[in-house]
Design a protein around this ligand. Structure first.
Ligand SMILES: NC(=O)CC[C@H](N)C(=O)O
Length: 704
């Protein structure tokens, strides 16, 4: 059945990876490049020229006609400009194809139209893209033909970061330096690098393209702005891990193949909780590669969907009342020689290095909970957080039974003497093999959950880049490691000092640990009592970026300057206001041009029917009358809610761009939009389906 796929041959076939480099580059050049990749040594132009030449030859063999510096500006999506390899025609009228070291290393997109949050005036438009040689180049095939994509970082003329990648690379340096210090203290002399390792699970929805096109809200905003719940939603839990329908299976097959070609380790796929919702998860990779791969994966998910007559929705909450989509960011710290700093071993209470790492992370997350929350702030995520298996907008850490017990021992007696172990799984069926279950269960309501040998940050939205949250995780952990090392390196009795420090951190930061139900209303009260930041909306979260605490943290590790942080906050406010404004305008458009006319038609038909029936004789028309009255009443409500919303939209521009405008949108527009949605959704339940001007939730999610 189907065509045979040789995965081993397919995997990475369009990537300029280590084996291609080794095969094609002269030995000396290969060695120099490796030094740059592994140790950050500067690359000479001579070497760059040779690499560029070989890269071009290889890419042309793969069918590439163009190259592109591929980068991630602060628009939330990737950007690229394509240049053909051709040179000016020679006298004989023919062209050559060339690609120089300079072209590989440096690009200069005309960058004035990318968000800079005031960092760059339009008359100072210069921006540079620089090759990130730690993330391999690849040839992408699509309707444009073959393009050699070179992962790059994007900075302004004065060196300020204008993208997601630059701070990520900076934060990787910070955590590497501090984690190595920590390892040395415990006698490790062999590890040379510590890298954050990340696996980002990607959730998404698939809907039929024809139906999608009939919904302006999906087209313009990526989510439905109206829509009554169908008689069946996700309450039966029959979609999660259910049999994958053939149309979707065929889609997934192609997605996997395209991912594999580009070296993206598409590994686990399944149906998610909501009907029409699915997930694809890769294997761990160094965080900058994981971030690039996630962008590639999102693009493939979208592109392949079009080929199959579908649309892939990456929005965090395409359908109110159904599960939203997240991007669970599984984060750990690993050394180049294979040690995972977050591996507790069988007896965590004896693993002092692990306990120090763990308590440092508790301290980091407690101190910077606001920043971690902000790193997942996204307009769509405001709809998702706090329900349907997405964490609430309050940061806490789930440790699970085993570690919580160790922590409690540490706090109460100063030393931990035992670790709870996983027990045998008792199924009560003799023919099923016995195995030991994990010492800890999972918790889906926790934003930051320890899951065996990593932390799963569940707050990130499905559409968002994973860079921001990893910048925060890396930097806050680097800070905690640094503070611990500063003390321990000076200690006369290391064992005693480390013991005291672990106890101190565990005690002082215990408040961030919460193993219970994050949805329970009591938790919010309790979190408030503990003094944890509660930041329900993106607009509430943005100020975390520019507090003195944040400026100091990011400044110390060279991750962001104060100006960069201010510019990022500015961009976030702008993004928020623009997105809400588009949503509000889309609602008005749909209400005016589609919904109100449909309801008028429906009420007219009802009225005509009443008259016609009455004309026949004294027949009871009270049902029709009832419907007519109800529909007319709701129609009036729609009209008045819409007028109110229109007036507010008109006022948006009077508010200065930035925080003030975002706050206005959050406080005025968002509630007015909800007011408009209510009567429309009620009408959808009332009006003849034939007359309703767009596909319903049921149409969209049950028959994609
Ligand atoms: N089963 C799951 O892990 C569901 C997660 C959920 N979709 C979210 O928004 O994060």
């Amino acid at each position: 059945m189907g065509d045979y796929v040789n995965v081993k041959e397919l995997f990475g076939c369009d990537v300029f990876n280590d084996s291609v480099m080794q095969e094609r580059l002269p030995k000396k050049v290969y060695k120099e490049l490796k030094k740059t990749i592994e140790e950050g040594k500067e690359l000479s132009m001579e070497i760059a020229d040779v690499v560029a030449h070989e890269m071009k030859e290889w890419a042309i063999e793969k069918g590439a006609t163009h190259y592109s510096h591929w980068f991630q500006p602060l628009t939330g999506v990737t950007a690229e400009k394509h240049d053909a390899f051709i040179t000016a025609p020679m006298e004989n009228g023919k062209v050559l194809q060339s690609f120089s070291g300079k072209e590989l290393i440096k690009g200069e997109p005309d960058a004035s139209s990318f968000p800079s949050g005031g960092l760059r005036a339009t008359f100072e438009a210069r921006g540079y893209t620089t090759w990130d040689c730690t993330s391999p180049a690849f040839v992408r095939h699509d309707a444009a033909g073959g393009t050699l994509c070179i992962p790059t970082a994007f900075c302004s003329y004065t060196g300020e970061a204008l993208d997601q990648k630059t701070p990520l690379l900076r934060s990787m340096e910070a955590i590497n330096t501090q984690a190595l210090r920590l390892l040395r203290l415990f006698g490790n002399t062999t590890s040379r690098r510590v890298t954050p390792s990340v696996g980002a699970e990607q959730e998404y929805f698939l809907v039929d393209k024809e139906k999608y096109m009939q919904r302006k809200d999906l087209v313009y905003t990526g989510r439905t702005l109206f829509g009554a719940m169908p008689p069946k939603g996700q309450e039966m839990d029959d979609h999660y891990f259910g049999t994958i329908r053939q149309r979707v299976s065929a889609y997934m097959k192609e997605v996997n193949e395209e991912c594999w070609k580009l070296g993206v380790t598409a590994k686990t796929q399944h149906n998610e909780v909501a009907p029409a919702q699915h997930e694809l998860a890769p294997i761990y990779a160094p965080v900058n590669i994981a971030a690039d791969h996630n962008q590639i994966m999102m693009r493939i998910l979208k592109k392949v969907a079009s080929r199959h007559g579908m649309r892939c929705l990456l929005h965090e909450k395409p359908f109110a009342g159904l599960n939203g989509s997240g991007k669970h960011n599984n984060w750990s710290l690993t050394t180049d020689d294979g040690i995972n700093l977050l591996e507790p071993g069988k007896t965590p209470h004896e693993n002092i290095q692990f306990l120090l790492v763990l308590t440092c992370i508790l301290k980091a997350v407690d101190k910077h909970a606001d920043l971690l929350r902000e790193s997942a702030a996204d307009v769509g995520n405001d709809q998702r957080l706090g329900g349907h298996e997405a964490p609430p907008a309050v940061i806490s850490v789930f440790l699970g039974e085993q570690l919580e017990d160790v922590l409690e021992q540490l706090i109460s007696t100063g030393t931990a003497t035992r670790s709870k172990t996983g027990e045998k799984l008792a199924t009560g069926v003799k023919t099923l093999p016995d195995f030991m279950k994990d010492a800890t269960d999972r918790n889906r309501t926790s934003p930051f959950a320890f899951t065996g040998n990593k932390f799963e940050f569940r707050m990130v939205g499905s559409k968002d880049s994973i860079s921001a949250c990893n910048v925060v995780l890396n930097t806050i952990t680097a800070e905690a490691f640094k503070e611990a090392c500063d003390i321990l390196e000076k200690a006369e009795d290391f064992d005693l000092a480390v013991h005291d420090l672990i106890k101190k951190y565990a005690t002082e930061h215990q408040r961030i640990v919460f193993n219970g139900n994050g949805y329970a209303p009591e938790w919010e009260k309790e979190a408030r009592r503990r003094g944890l930041p509660i930041l329900p909306s993106m607009v509430d979260a943005i100020p975390a970026l520019t507090t003195d605490k944040a400026v100091e943290l990011f400044g110390e590790f060279g991750v962001f300057t104060k100006t960069e942080l201010e510019s990022r906050a500015e961009i976030q406010y702008e993004i928020y206001a623009k997105a809400i404004n588009i949503e509000a305008k889309t609602m008005i458009d749909m209400a005016t041009k589609q919904i109100i006319p449909a309801v008028i038609k429906y009420t007219t038909v009802l009225a005509e029917s009443i008259n016609q029936v009455k004309a026949v004789g004294p027949i009871d028309v009270s049902v029709q009358m009832d419907l007519l009255k109800k529909a007319s009443k709701l129609l009036k409500e729609v009209n008045s809610a819409m007028n109110k919303l229109s007036k507010l939209v008109d006022q948006v521009e009077a508010h200065p761009e930035g925080r003030e405008r975002a706050v206005f949108c959050r406080e005025k527009l968002v509630p007015a939009m909800e007011k408009l949605r209510q009567p429309v959704d009620e009408l959808e339940m009332l009006v003849d389906k034939e007359m309703w001007p767009m596909p319903s939730y049921g149409d969209l999610v049950f028959e994609p």
